[in-house]
Design a protein around this ligand. Sequence first.
Ligand SMILES: [Zn+2]
Length: 156
Amino acid sequence: MGRQPLWRRVNFIPPITYFKPAGVPLARLQEICLTVEEAEAIRLKDLEGLEQEECAQKMKVSRTTFARVLLSGRRKVADALINGKAVRISGGNFEMATRRLRCANDHEWEMPSEVLSGVEALPCPTCHTPSIVPGMPGAGWGRGAQGKHRRGGRNC
Ligand SMILES: [Zn+2]
């Protein structure tokens, strides 16, 4: 019940979303579309060096699904590097990690958990009180903007 297996959880969206090989004329340029969750899978496994099990848990998918997403992402990156193709990171089915916060005056707001990591107290955006009610239940999740607004024309 309530499970949405299509939406993979993502904690990070790369700041640069387009990579183009130098010296390839635009007319001859081939483009690969890496989805945000494929980029996240590569980040977790290959950059952070987490075990596959941990990666799958972070993205709230099964190990087999994670392995499939990772393999698909790696293959695309390899294709781009070896064959000199451009890479666009875009689209896919993912939701961004957010955390729900509440201040002492009962204002509620959400922030990307990325922003919150390592920050103890952020003032309330409404009344600017620094007293945040502790113990809000876990992380909440909102869908990533790029997940909602998919690019027309190019399909990953
Ligand atoms: Zn407030």
